[in-house]
Design a protein. Structure first.
Length: 569
């Protein structure tokens, strides 16, 4: 009974260590040690999306066939290329984006963020979409047949590009890039991309022109195709979600692991008139956005070995000869900045994944952002936020530390009793309960106040881990990037010392084995922080220092002089 609270806390901590180790195994391509349902890391992807990535048929795993819009519709693939037009790549630059387009389908094949440095090489800019030997991650759109059948321009059709400015210059507010397909099945597809100053969202207009002699009923698809590999440079000591997601008003945010698509275990909303489709990874995301009121079918499917697609299909209905129809959409590719994403579409900010503690994490981020706007430094803002949280939980912590102080005060009496009655466990238990009653000590009094705070601090952990604002954000002197580990390990060493000090201030358990565990677990936990982002370590140091100060003050007020209980191994 004397150490129930510690036992519970160590069980929680130990289980957390198990989960972290399990994720480490999965991340490095091994089978999960404790939860074998987790999938393996995928192999190196093919260099480009094959023609089969045209969404042409229904399959398991939540794929929606184009024919689902109009039952019985014929589905055929469009010609892969038009020989009279040469294929090339075009680069368009704004103040925040450098985009590379392919005239094959007018697809977006690379996005470079000019205000975000690469995590592994600070001299380069961060790249999200990419089509190379190492990576496949592209945004595509095109037409497929509806009920009346036909063959139309797809993302495999070579398009011509209209002449125009490719860079945002001077006082210009936007750059426009226009692709036009040749006639395929009596239809021309014109794609117009409009890039605006300071924006990560690109306006995309699809104009379908019927140049034939009969009405056509094509369907427009918008899709993201990505390999199943983790982002380069992501730490193995924490695991963030990488994969496709959809959002609808009906079922809200739904994310799906690549492994679940591989196993045909996809359960998402199939049809909607709102929402978006996205590919998500740590710090960055891409998404196709359609306006509300436009009926669309949503799909996720495997395209090829280690290649997956998420997208939407919407019907354009009959287009008479000589007429056209236009559909406006937006394509977002950028950092997961909550305020920016909230302004683009409902629910888009949810791609910044806080897990099951979103309800706590969002207000914590809001508060952290407000503090940073006043202080102007994310490192000091983290420390200020922890200080505010400790102040908010002051009375809960006071109760916990007061209970621990009482336990420390009666510890000699309990130790003597345990030694005297070590051969009579039943009498020892009765005597211990008598001591607790007489001294008015609740052995669980120090546990519950701490457990109540655990979800809040876990939520803050995910806020700091997920916030792109921490990337390349300096604090002081040698800390130039709060999202990367301390290069000189100074913060982790301080973190370890504060952990040792805090552990030494706690009353030593009478049981020798528990006493050893009380030291082993925090030290093992501290080792992990040598590989954690500096911002997370700074948060934990601040929390430790404030906890030590409060515990010291409360012990002194209660007449229990602070003393260091060093381990006896």
């Amino acid at each position: 009974m004397n150490d129930i609270r510690r036992t519970i806390l160590w069980v929680i901590f130990g289980f957390s260590m198990v989960l972290l180790w399990d994720q480490w195994q999965v991340y490095n391509g091994h089978k999960a040690t404790f939860f074998p349902g987790a999938g393996k890391s995928a192999a190196t992807p093919a260099p480009a999306a094959p023609a089969s990535s045209v969404p042409t048929s229904a399959s398991n795993g939540g794929t929606v066939a184009p024919a689902a819009l109009v039952p019985g519709a014929a589905v055929q693939a469009a010609p892969a290329a038009i020989a009279s037009i040469s294929r090339e790549r075009l680069v368009v630059t704004t103040d925040v984006l450098k985009l590379t387009f392919d005239t094959e389908g007018g697809s977006l094949v690379q996005t470079e963020f000019l205000k975000h440095a690469d995590m592994t090489d600070k001299t380069k800019k961060s790249v999200l979409l990419d089509e190379s030997k190492e990576r496949t991650y592209v945004a595509q759109s095109g037409l497929i047949a509806g009920a009346a059948g036909g063959v139309f321009p797809t993302h495999k059709t070579i398009m011509s590009v209209m002449p125009g400015e490719r860079n945002l210059k001077g006082d210009a507010k936007e750059v426009v890039l226009r692709f036009e397909s040749p006639e395929v099945g009596g239809v021309k597809l014109v794609k117009t991309f409009t890039l605006s100053r300071g924006a990560y969202a690109v306006a995309v207009k699809h104009e379908v022109i019927n140049v034939g002699t009969s009405a056509v009923s094509p369907q427009l698809y918008l899709q993201l195709v990505r390999d199943g590999n983790k982002p380069v440079g992501e730490s193995s000591f924490y695991s963030t979600f990488t994969g496709p997601a959809v959002y609808t008003e009906a079922k809200k945010y739904q994310k799906v692991e690549f492994a679940d698509i591989e196993k045909n275990k996809v359960d998402i909303e199939k049809t909607a008139e709102n929402g978006y489709v996205a590919m998500v990874q740590h710090y960055f995301a891409s998404a196709w956005l359609l306006g509300d009121g436009i009926k669309r079918d949503l799909f996720m499917r495997k395209v090829d070995t280690n290649l997956y697609a998420v997208g939407m299909i919407t019907a354009l209905n009959d287009i008479a000869p000589g007429s056209s129809k236009t559909l406006e959409a937006k394509f977002f590719a950028g950092p997961q900045e909550e305020k920016v994403m909230e302004s683009l579409a409902p629910g888009l900010e949810l791609v910044k994944d806080y897990g099951w503690l979103t309800i706590l994490a969002k207000p914590l981020y809001w508060l952290l952002d407000k503090i940073q706007s006043f202080i102007g430094n994310w490192g000091w803002s983290i420390m200020a936020l922890v200080l505010l949280l400790k102040a908010a939980f002051y009375w809960l912590n006071a109760k916990a530390y007061a209970s621990m102080a009482k336990m420390k005060a009666i510890n000699p009496k309990v130790t003597e009793m345990r030694e005297r009655l070590k051969d009579n466990p039943q009498q020892m238990q009765q005597e211990m309960m008598r001591i607790y009653r007489e001294e008015k000590v609740n052995p669980m009094g120090g546990c519950f106040p701490i457990m109540i705070q655990i979800p809040v601090f876990i939520a803050l952990y995910w806020v700091l881990l997920s916030s792109v604002e921490m990337r390349n954000a300096p604090w002081v002197m040698w800390i130039h990037d709060l999202s990367s580990p301390d290069p000189y390990y100074i913060l982790p060493i301080i973190m370890t010392l504060t952990t040792v000090l805090q552990t030494a201030l706690n009353p030593a358990p009478p049981d020798p084995m528990q006493a050893k565990m009380m030291w082993f677990m925090p030290l093992a936990f501290s080792v992990m922080f040598f590989f954690f982002p500096a911002g997370l370590v700074l948060y934990w140091i601040t929390n430790n220092v404030l906890s030590i100060a409060q515990q010291w003050v409360i012990n002194t007020r209660m007449g229990v002089p602070p003393q260091f209980n060093l381990p006896k191994f």
